[in-house]
Design a protein around this ligand. Structure first.
Ligand code: ZN
Length: 435
């Protein structure tokens, strides 16, 4: 039986089928735990130990508990709400060979083959006209609507030896329906009609939408001892959930502000309105540390701040062990992973690594170290972007996982609670480090 925390994580993964849904689901937890929503357009009156959150552009949020006022710095945990996938084009519907298909763009870097032969559906946000106003509404169809069928092996005899090569334009449009056999003209905007029926609104009120494909299969546990968690979007909703639970399950008494930032668009480089490279986090920190009105309060607050950037780490794959550095092979259920890269694709320094190791030791959690194999290009995270944008020390960490960017990824069930324990220590400990 999964622990209550893992059950809660699985529910978060299942509900959060897009970055927008991940933010809405997180917001509900914040509301339930007594956090107050703030509007960036308004003036704020922040109180010591008060709990607040801000959502920017619907799919990213920053939430925090104010410090007690004796120190102005921020302890920040960052993660990202988005995952690689297939997004609908503005005019997706087209007919081909008797089928109705939907055109898709590839978002980020998914393992495309994993999207074939899956029970897919549609989710995202819809913009509705409400009088002279526009409003955003969540959309998620629970019906299996789409499929990207592979070509039969009899028509592609070499696929197992030469690999499945997928052209993003021609091989990825999912099949949505069959054309009618009696020659009835096809409704030219079936997606719009589907949205109207599902949301029970007049199709004329639908101004626009941003929809993407998602896998209707929900998360599950696997393995002889149920030691694995398998799901879509483990990268990086597990770390969003860990950060959220860390902030909301305990009241902190530390002098610094405890803050989490769940950014959108990490998978495409973070340079968007609510990505880690935007003004979002700096804008919020400025307003949080600037309550004293003292000179240079932002700079002084940042100089007293620290960040944990939490994202997936590559567990060693038994069938491809040669793709891993043998000295830095990390394993599932063996504790959080500190990620280091000499070229700073990860933001970790010797200093922040030692800081995180100490936090793990404080709460009796084991820790592992990951370095990408030197002859392979290393991925990156929001860590270096946050370190650059704020000029604060950052440690890049994560939990070990397999099949990163597959439609269905694998992680260890025990690592999640270990990470939360360490994150709680990060928020609780009075002096994390003295330089
Ligand atoms: Zn990630």
């Amino acid at each position: 039986m999964p622990t209550p925390m893992i059950t809660d994580l699985m529910s978060y993964l299942d509900q959060s089928v897009t970055a927008y849904h991940a933010t809405l689901t997180a917001e509900q937890t914040l509301i339930d735990k007594g956090f107050t929503k703030l509007d960036e357009k308004e003036a704020w009156k922040l109180e010591s130990n008060g709990k607040y959150y801000v959502i920017r552009s619907e799919s990213a949020l920053v939430a925090w508990q104010m410090g007690n006022g004796s120190k102005s710095g921020v302890r920040l945990i960052g993660a990202h709400t988005d995952s690689p996938g297939l997004h609908l084009k503005p005019n997706p519907q087209h007919s081909k060979s008797g089928y109705i298909q939907l055109g898709v763009e590839v978002y980020g870097g998914p393992l495309l083959a994993s999207w074939t032969d899956r029970d897919l559906s549609l989710a995202g946000r819809v913009i509705l006209k409400d009088g002279g106003q526009l409003k955003v509404k969540a959309f998620k169809s629970d019906v299996v609507l789409l499929r990207i069928p592979q070509l039969a092996i009899h028509l592609n005899r070499e696929v197992n030896d030469k690999g499945l090569k997928l052209n993003k334009q021609t091989h990825m449009p999912p099949i949505f329906a069959l054309e009618s056999v009696d020659g009835d003209p096809v409704d030219e905007n079936l997606v719009k009609q589907l949205i109207a029926d599902s949301l029970q609104v007049d199709a004329k009120t639908i101004a626009n939408w941003q929809l993407e494909c998602y896998d209707t299969q929900t998360s599950s546990l696997s393995g002889l001892n149920q030691e694995f968690l398998v799901s879509g979007r483990i990268d990086n909703l597990t770390m969003c959930h860990a950060a959220l639970k860390t902030l909301t399950e305990k009241q902190f008494t530390s002098p610094q502000t405890a803050m989490i930032a769940l950014f959108d668009n990490e998978e495409i480089g973070s340079s968007t309105q609510n990505g880690a490279a935007s003004s979002f986090i700096r804008d919020i920190i400025q307003r949080v540390v600037d309550t004293s009105g003292e000179q240079h309060s932002l700079q002084r607050g940042l100089a007293d701040s620290l960040c944990i950037s939490a994202d997936g780490a590559h567990a060693i794959h038994p069938n491809y062990a040669e793709f891993h550095d043998p000295q830095h092979a990390v394993k599932m259920n063996r504790g959080p992973v500190i990620k280091v890269n000499a070229n700073h694709r990860y933001a970790t320094s010797a200093f922040t690594s030692a800081m995180f190791e100490q936090l793990c030791a404080d709460v009796d959690v084991p820790v592992q170290h990951y370095v990408h194999k030197t002859d392979l290009p290393c991925g990156s995270t929001i860590g270096p972007i946050t370190a650059t944008g704020l000029g604060i020390p950052v440690v890049d960490v994560g939990n070990a996982m397999l099949s990163m960017h597959s439609i269905r990824e694998t992680a260890g069930v025990k690592d999640h609670e270990m990470m939360i324990k360490v994150m709680q220590q990060f928020f609780s400990k009075e002096d994390v480090l003295a330089v």
